[in-house]
Design a protein around this ligand. Sequence first.
Ligand code: NOJ
Length: 747
Amino acid sequence: MVDPKALLARMTLSEKIGQLNLLAAGEGLATGAGGPTTLGTRLDTGMIGAIFGTKSLASARAMQERALDGSRLAIPLFFAEDVIHGHRTVFPLPVALASSWNMGLIEDTAAFAAAEAAAEGLHQVYAPMIDVTRDPRWGRVAESPGEDPYLAARVAVAMTAGLQGDDPAGPGRVAACLKHFVAYGAPLSGRDYDNASLAWEDLLGLYLPPFEAGLAAGAASVMAAFNAVNKVPMHANGDLIEGWLRGKQGFDGLVVSDYTGVAELTAHGLGSGPAIVARALHAGIDMDMVGESYLAELPELAASGLDAPDCGLCLSAESIVTLIDRACLRVLTFKARLGLLDNPYRGLDGAVPAPDRIKGRALARRAAAQSAVLLKNDGVLPLPAEGRIALIGPFSDDRTNMLGTWAVSADAREVTTLHEAIASRTGVQVTTARGANVVDVPWLADRLNVHGPTVEIDPRDPAQMIAEAVTAARAADVVILAIGEAKEHAGESSSRLMPDIPAPQRRLLAALAETGTPLVVVVFAGRPLALGSATAAADALLYAWHGGTAGPEGVADVLFGDEAPSARLSVSLPAHPGEGPLSYAAETTGRPNRGRFEKFRTGWLDLDDADAAAAFPFGFGLGYGSVRYGAPVLSAPTATGQEGEVTLTVAVTNDGDRATVETVQLYLSDPVARITRPARMLIDFRQVALAPGETASVPFTVTCDQISYPLAPSMDLAQQVWDPGVIQLHVGPNSRDTQMAELTWLA
Ligand code: NOJ
């Protein structure tokens, strides 16, 4: 077995610096008139430690061969990729998968993605993305597990388990990379890459818990976030990387930068090349992705040190060399963990075949059905097997947008459209009409088409398109209206000022609502949208997100009742696009919103009642059953001390005539504490399958850990505390419609 420390001892300084360089496969190895590519040159001179984005086993293998030739000690590369919600087979967006609340399902999707990635020679994936976020404007909500730290922590564990199994070097497994460390989901005004200034309690109680959970589950690597947290850019944030992540959590894996994240420290205002490189390395960024700042600056820094009092850091040449050794040893240890030091072709020899794609597609279809949240149903769903359907809307015949953002290895031709998924059912007659464009502003369409064509503006007169749709609706028994966002409406660098249904689609919806034909609205989206009048206009409303390769088939399964809807929102849907950031778990204030006409209240003067009624709270979702909750029962009225615990039990009964899956949710509030606390917070949930007429008794054990919270005048002084006194437990089908049981926690 090659020992990373022994290997390090044999390396030259330049070879060590080379290991810290992480490049994109990009232009590949092709040589043009201008000679070898940057990548080729780096491989030939041993100036690269890893590559991401190779796209095929053959190209990864060719790069590995070249790297081994170019490296005096034949140190292998590792290969990485953005496998965010599937690789070749695309599963629903992460925000959608989180809405399934089904951790087994999430683990299965991650395991399938890992197997597809590993079969192509990939060793690490840049997932899970576990940024808690409460701002619907931020485009990367799509990639996130939603607004709640507890749900996000559970997702982090499930994803890590699915990707890595017991061993990231095991067959069909890859190393997970928790990202983006940290609080990337709290950017000012929802603008991507913007900074976050927050209380340390927010960091500890809201943004760090998913990382803590992912680390405890054994995640082998972490990626730093682009943003600054409390004035310190994360790529230079030693207190959080070396301090919290490594010091407090004992993380001994690899920390990679985000794309050019080290170089961007200059734009953050931290100084020129040498200064930012020294700061990033000192803060604990082991590998520099794409920017090549380490490669450019470290040789000179290692010779002369850094004397830059204006950026708060003076380091001797010896200290820099020690830091290079530290980072390089982490890279080598990561490679050893991946089995590459002993077998440089591990994963590149085609020994482990790709998983069965038919099974993957079936999993993707089930995942799409279980991620689609039924928000409203006036009895129109499930649809009968026979009838005349008018399928209307710009997403009725769409493939590309169904994949959602960050589907970098997918082939949209594999997507079955909603039209195809519905028309394949015998018994239904489908007519279609586009009805409206996704957007009708050319410059916006151009922006949405930045990664390839996804949105086309139909040049026909909008009024004529609506008229055609109305005619089709009048001739049908039911309208299915497929509206929402394009795939690039959400994702990186895709923040929206107004997270709502785009205007042309709203006009279409209003016209269809007037026809009187029952209206089933299916919303495809990458973020929580303010639905406005869609809620009142629809007879049934299904929030389908972007469901991936088999998304539309999963939607059809729910619409026709082959799958019972079971998803619950992982993010609150705002009442109005201007309402974010928002969360069910908002802190209590001195003037709570007790009523719309109360003079001094926390709330909106100009939010009208119709819009207010269009909001849906975190955890909300309907099934086809009808579930009744009994009164919650506590095992005791008190619990005592640190070791104390209490059990809350609630009976749930399916009064409907269809089988259903109920997600029983448990929330906690601490009405008297040392600091202002969330009004309520999710602490546990349980999914139970209920046959018609069945009752299940659902127990939850509550421990002192769950009532404790962080108190942190600074990160150094942070402590976890709890207060004796009244604790309220709220149990129910979502974060709003709960019943309370109160107990006293004694000292
Ligand atoms: C930038 C993104 O922020 C990150 O999530 C991704 O993994 C890298 N680019 C690599 O593509």
